[in-house]
Design a protein around this ligand. Sequence first.
Ligand SMILES: C[S@@+](CC[C@H](N)C(=O)[O-])C[C@H]1O[C@@H](n2cnc3c(N)ncnc32)[C@H](O)[C@@H]1O
Length: 428
Amino acid sequence: MKFIDLFAGLGGFHTGFSNSGFECVFACEIDSDLRALYKSNYGIEPYGDVTKIAAKDIPNHDVLCAGFPCQPFSLAGKKKGADCPSSGMLIDDIVRIAAHHKPKFVVMENVPNILTIANGTFWEYIVSSFESIGYVIEHKVISPVEIGIPQNRKRIFVVASRNSVVKTQSYWPTTIQDSEVANLRDFLDSTLEHKPLEHKKKILLAVWQNLLDNCTLPLKGAFSIVAPEFGANYPLEFGSLTLEQMKQYRGAYGESLAACTSWTDVLKKMPSYAQKNKKVSDWIISSVQQSREIYSSNKDYLDMWIGQLEKNYNSWQILEWRGKLGEYNIYSHLIQFRASGIRVLKPEIAPSLIAMTPTQIPVIPSENRYMSKAEAAKLQFLHTLPNIPDNTPRAFKALGNAVNAKIVELIANNLRHSLATYQAANAT
Ligand SMILES: C[S@@+](CC[C@H](N)C(=O)[O-])C[C@H]1O[C@@H](n2cnc3c(N)ncnc32)[C@H](O)[C@@H]1O
């Protein structure tokens, strides 16, 4: 049973389908570094841009795999999706190749919001395009945690099956109980090559831990502490106030605004998220209120603590607690240094590895280090690859772009069953 791997990337589809016993007969990938890597890992030289490949030049296959990019989207310029503003309908190339080769299955993966972008018109377009060439579409949102791998990563899996194929069983993997999910701890291996946490960030975490150890905190699973609110009392919506009225308040870290002679002076003493005439989000409003409450019940300690905190980076002044309820120990959690703040996450399950921002590589604070490439590869079930990019940001980008190979393997196993039945029926 043969498959092709369009938009091949690191080869999550390749690994999954090969593990299930399929043979890859063609791949394409536009990025030349990824092409070279694919060749070194799988012994197949991928072609380049899919839009330039004539369908007749692709060998016959039973399954067409396509992890197409969350792409720019436009329906001939008519119904432009707000999220995907420009050209490049790569889905059309998948349909073009499927129409020519008529594989029994087309398997695709993407982010779940392809169901809703452009008010659902993109998804309707995908479904109707495949129906028009003789396929039935099924989809399911699946995350690796549902099959036992400790990574939260919801992705939509789409199986288009030819009308002539008789479905012998569900195409989707059997999901498991929460208790059967492996603990991230079992996936971590500090002996593998990894990047240590920078000294400044170690100090920063220790300072935040001091706060957690010494303050009365809300008993909630999720809250954010916004340090600039300690001592502040300015109204969040201050756009309609006069300068004289504003001068009665205190800005970030309780700095008095009394001596300000202009709004420019005032804004210099305000937290970055509080700007004149800017609508503040509900999230900021509730975090600000909570932070002011924390300050008023721990004032003496926090007046001393403020001096310890590094103020050069806005995001270091916000702690986003998404960890365990009431167990306020950073070192028994996972951390991400996000643009919005320092996010503390439950330690058992890794957050989604994402391609766009290698800065969000999870940190294991108890070991003063970042997650390694090898550990991330394991979370994508791509740890058997002989080669991943040497460069850490590139490796995390490619791993974050990849499809989870174990989910693919389980789907491939189910398709294989239907394919075998189809082939047996057509042989007689
Ligand atoms: C979401 S990633 C898919 C990753 C892949 N499924 C994996 O497991 O690694 C999309 C890939 O499509 C590639 N790509 C984008 N435009 C392309 C095109 N026109 N032709 C071929 N590949 C393309 C990107 O370089 C990227 O590696």
